[in-house]
Write a new protein. Structure first.
Length: 124
C-alpha cells in the first residue's frame, strides 16, 4: 500500500513538476546526461544569505528522473552549501520512497550528479 502512494507521488511530480524552469541569474548550475537512456537535467541554484533561496531545473526524461529532480529542488530550499554537499543517494531514494532497480538507478541519481557538478564550480 505504501509503495502505491509513493508511485502516485512520483507520477504527480512527473506530470506536475515543481520548480521547472531556469534561473537566468543563478549563482551556480550543473548539467548531467544519462547517455544510456537520453535523460538530461540542468539544475539552477540561487543563494541568499548562504542558503538556497530558489532551485529550478530544466530537462527531459523518464518519470523517475523527472520526479527525482522535482523532489530534490523542493528539498534543497533553505539548505546551505554544506548541507547540499552532504546530500547522497540515500536522500534521493528516501524522497522517491520506492525500490529503484539497477536500470533506473542512473535515472534517479541524475539530479544528484547535476548538483555535484554545480557544487564543483561553486567551491565557496
Amino acid at each position: 500500500m505504501d509503495e502505491e502512494i509513493y508511485k502516485e507521488n512520483i507520477l504527480d511530480h512527473y506530470k506536475h513538476p515543481r520548480n521547472a524552469g531556469r534561473i537566468d541569474d543563478a549563482d551556480f548550475s550543473g548539467r548531467e546526461l544519462n547517455p544510456s537512456c537520453g535523460d538530461a537535467t540542468e539544475l539552477f541554484v540561487k543563494m541568499d544569505g548562504g542558503r538556497v533561496a530558489e532551485a529550478k531545473f530544466a530537462g527531459r526524461g523518464c518519470a523517475v528522473s523527472q520526479a527525482s529532480v522535482s523532489m530534490l529542488t523542493e528539498k534543497m530550499k533553505g539548505m546551505n552549501l554544506e548541507e547540499l554537499r552532504g546530500l547522497n543517494e540515500s536522500d534521493i531514494l528516501g524522497l522517491l520512497g520506492i525500490d529503484v532497480g539497477p536500470l533506473r538507478m542512473k535515472c534517479a541519481m541524475l539530479p544528484l550528479r547535476a548538483l555535484a557538478k554545480a557544487l564543483e564550480v561553486n567551491k565557496n
